[in-house]
Ligand binder design. Structure first.
Ligand code: NFS
Ligand code: SF4
Length: 641
């Protein structure tokens, strides 16, 4: 059995203890049972790409150094990483494709349950695709934008057009390096081709294709997911909300949406607020429906509707263990197969909705965008119906939740910083130039039982803000920051350095800004682009005093994200290294040589304080290269070891 979770938020600690007392199995228990995990896999030295194998390379040099086909450690490790990128980029981009399909449906179906909520952004995206908008019906524009976005996935020749919105210097470099993506699907397919037995064996060449695919994710599929979601569901605006398991309310029918795509969760959010649903819930003795979210779909509806964030990835089973969840509705990605067992131990009804993600024995209510309200209503009716099956003697909800401000975007952050009437990046750039702000960091990503839950995330973020580095965050890292109170404006006074504090005080911002879900990392890319175009900090992302990190990364999506940040020129830090340390050449390429090619590079450091200081060193190096003023309020920095 696992130990206690010393660094997790209090609700998680409490629920984890309870799970152990009640013999309910969690992700941490299964992680323990898997120990020791396979060393070949951890080092990236196994291959089962053909049936002459599986093969493995001896990391100590005593045993085999080549697979049956002759592939060495470099090739095998690089192929493994590239396939991770392919899977991650595929997941994000398929999400983007689905949103594009929804937009197309809205454009063509006069009776659609969705509508166009943000005409301004629709027109801005139309401009990127060269679509004429003046005097044209809004639905017609939507149709053309949807079709142009869908083209980005399947085009055979040319370039991913939306990626050309990156800074001009960056696009030029991608073209020179031959990593400018042609189309999202094409790059992913090409990874699968090149990593098939007997194709590409040059580890650098394999990784370069990986980067091309990752760029097609960040500056393509993910960006399309974000931008078209803003068009369909509205541009988020800063709002107050609550986070953690304490948002579960025993008096209500509790429904959790879990997964990623806002097409389902947004409509459930809207339907759950209807009076008619409240009345139905009252009939069974509840006060109404209480909706909450887990994983990135939580971030989507948090940002747009203020729906509380029940928890992050590692809390999905714990939420069910409260005994007060009538239903958990899932769509795609980051759904633990173990949820089924968890739900079986309680009255919780688990419902799958996507034809892409079914679970054996679990009820499947397929979601179709053309009957969105009807299906969402049915799902909520099932939850209400299940209220009577709740065993009140088993209900245990930790009384822990935190306030947060969420809903920042590339557009809204800087409305804030520029003051209400002057939406501009100038104040941000000026704060960096003047040395009030050292720089900015995107700290993002998952949580993973292979490290102490939330220790890395929270101590890294605190260390960075203490040193006047403004944080933007997304995904489960954002949930962790919220649960630990780092997204309240007064967090600046408790934890931030003096310069960052002054900025937060002037504009009422928290020192850690919630930019949304994982596909919304594209908002970070566009923010970086806007900082470049505002001027004064060099002419490419690689010259900015910024860094990225995913201290507790877990998924293949995180690998794709890391690679698109590196390929965009960002120094990118993760805790546990990518599974490729068995190849010294690949390690050197990713953490050193790659910088010559794309201006960004990887770094691995498991100690979050040391990791934060390596990021600060990088930021300071960039400040020096830009000949910026010394920091206004110099901190006594711990040296990075
Ligand atoms: Ni991102 Fe979101 Fe969380 Fe990690 Fe999973 S929910 S898409 S992959 S675990 S941050
Ligand atoms: Fe082994 Fe080569 Fe086949 Fe991989 S591709 S399993 S290294 S023979």
């Amino acid at each position: 059995m696992a130990k206690e979770l010393k660094h997790a938020d209090k609700a998680t600690q409490e629920m984890f203890k309870r799970a152990q007392q009640e013999n309910l199995e969690t992700v941490w228990d299964r992680y323990e049972e898997q120990q020791p995990q396979c060393g070949f896999g951890t080092l990236g030295l196994c291959c089962r790409h053909c049936s002459m194998g599986p093969c493995r390379i001896d990391p100590f040099g005593d045993g085999p150094q080549y697979g049956v086909c002759g592939a060495d450690a470099d090739t095998i490790a690089a192929r493994g990483i590239a396939r991770m990128i392919a899977a991650g980029a595929a997941a994000h981009s398929d999400h983007g494709r689905d949103v594009a399909h929804t937009l197309l449906m809205v454009a063509r179906d006069p009776n659609s349950d969705y509508s166009i909520k943000n005409e301004g952004k629709l027109k801005a995206i139309a401009a990127i695709y060269g679509i004429e908008t003046s005097g044209k019906d809004i639905k017609k524009i939507a149709e053309e934008v949807a079709l142009a976005s869908l083209e980005e996935f399947g085009r055979q020749e040319g370039e991913v057009k939306i990626a050309t919105t990156a800074p001009a210097e960056r696009v030029k470099l991608w073209r020179e390096q031959e990593i400018m993506p042609r189309a999202v699907d094409r790059e992913i397919v090409e990874i699968m081709h090149r990593t098939h037995m007997g194709v590409d064996t040059d580890y650098k060449n394999i990784i370069r294709q990986g980067m091309r695919s990752a760029i097609a994710d960040g500056w393509g599929g993910s960006m399309i997911a974000t931008e078209l979601s803003d068009i369909l569901f509205g541009l988020p605006n800063p709002l107050k909300a609550k986070a953690n398991l304490g948002v579960i309310d025993p008096d209500y029918v509790n429904v959790i949406v879990h997964g990623h795509e806002p097409t389902l969760s947004d409509i459930i959010a809207v339907v759950s607020m209807k009076d008619e649903m409240k009345k139905k819930a009252e009939k069974v003795g509840a006060k109404g429906i209480n909706l909450g979210g887990i994983c990135c779909t939580a971030n989507e509806i948090l940002m747009r509707h203020g729906i509380p964030l029940t928890g992050s990835f590692l809390q999905q089973e714990l939420a069910i263990f409260t005994g007060a969840i009538e239903m958990m509705v899932v769509d795609v990605q980051c759904l633990m197969p173990g949820l089924d067992q968890a739900a079986e131990s309680f009255h919780t009804k688990l419902v799958t909705t996507s034809p892409k993600a079914k679970m054996p024995g679990v009820e499947h209510v397929e979601f179709h965008e053309d009957k969105a309200v009807e299906i969402a209503t049915n799902i909520l009716d099932m939850a209400i119906e299940n209220f009577k099956n709740r065993d009140n003697s088993r209900v245990y909800i930790p009384d822990e939740s935190e306030q947060l401000v969420a809903g920042f975007t590339t557009e809204s952050v800087f409305q804030f910083l520029g003051g209400k009437y002057r939406s501009s990046y100038r104040p941000l750039n000026d704060a960096i130039i003047a040395g009030r702000l050292r720089g900015a960091a995107g700290v993002i990503g998952c949580s993973n039982p292979n490290v102490e839950y939330e220790e890395s995330t929270i101590s890294m973020v605190k260390e960075l803000i203490k040193n006047d580095v403004l944080i933007v965050t997304t995904g489960c890292n954002a949930s962790s920051c919220a649960k630990h109170g780092l997204m309240k404006p007064d967090a600046a006074f408790k934890f931030a350095g003096q310069g960052l504090q002054e900025i937060c005080r002037a504009v009422g911002l928290p020192p850690v800004l919630h930019l949304g879900s994982c596909v919304d990392n594209s908002r970070i890319l566009l923010t970086l682009r806007n900082i470049v175009s505002e001027g004064g900090l060099g002419d490419d992302i690689s010259s900015l005093p910024v860094a990225g990190a995913a201290p507790e990364w877990m998924s293949e999506k995180a690998v794709s994200i890391g690679f698109y940040f590196v390929a965009s020129g960002v120094y990118t830090m993760i805790g546990h290294p990518l599974p490729m340390m068995g190849s010294k050449n690949l390690d050197r390429y990713l953490t050193e040589e790659i910088e010559q090619e794309v201006g960004g590079k990887w770094a691995w450091e498991i100690d979050p304080i040391k990791a934060a200081h390596k990021m600060i060193q990088h930021i300071d190096l960039k400040r020096k290269e830009l000949k910026l003023k010394p920091m206004m309020y110099e901190q006594v920095l711990q040296p990075a070891v």
